[in-house]
Design a protein around this ligand. Sequence first.
Ligand code: ADP
Length: 169
Amino acid sequence: MEITLVQGDITEQPVDAIVNAANSSLMGGGGVDGAIHRRGGPEILEECRKLRASAYREGLPTGQAVATTAGRLAARWVIHTVGPVYSKSEDRSALLASCYRESLRVADELEARSVAFPAISTGVYGWPMDDGARIAIETVRHADTSVEDVRFVLFDSAAHAVFEARLSG
Ligand code: ADP
């Protein structure tokens, strides 16, 4: 597997699957989630609604992942995963690692070979970027998957620099 870093907007990535840092409602939100629904169009939300009416009546649990169409995006699928909210008093790293692992498992089910990830939980959910990057890279590196091309798409140069340091370290 090749791991690369890109600075930019995840919605513009021409990959098989884009991972969404969703919330458990699957009904959209800010950050990556808002950008994906805005650019991908209503088809994505429509499929999310169907998931909420069937397999995920209580919402998508933290650490799990589920796929929908990517609507108007260049990607074929969006894989929605729910990161943990950062906590100083409780170690939720296993849940964050699970997001990356489960997203790759869903990608394998779809036979996706290229996957773009955002830095899950490092926005509104407050995870420190350096620790988020460490968990992201370690988990993806050790994952048992047929995905060949993993791209971490970092929104700004600071996040990109943190991932670069972790990737080469
Ligand atoms: P979470 O709720 O899991 O913290 P956010 O979407 O708030 O998710 O943020 C996750 C990370 O994605 C943050 O580092 C944020 O800066 C970054 N981000 C926000 N919008 C985009 C985008 N369009 N493309 C790539 N990364 C983005």
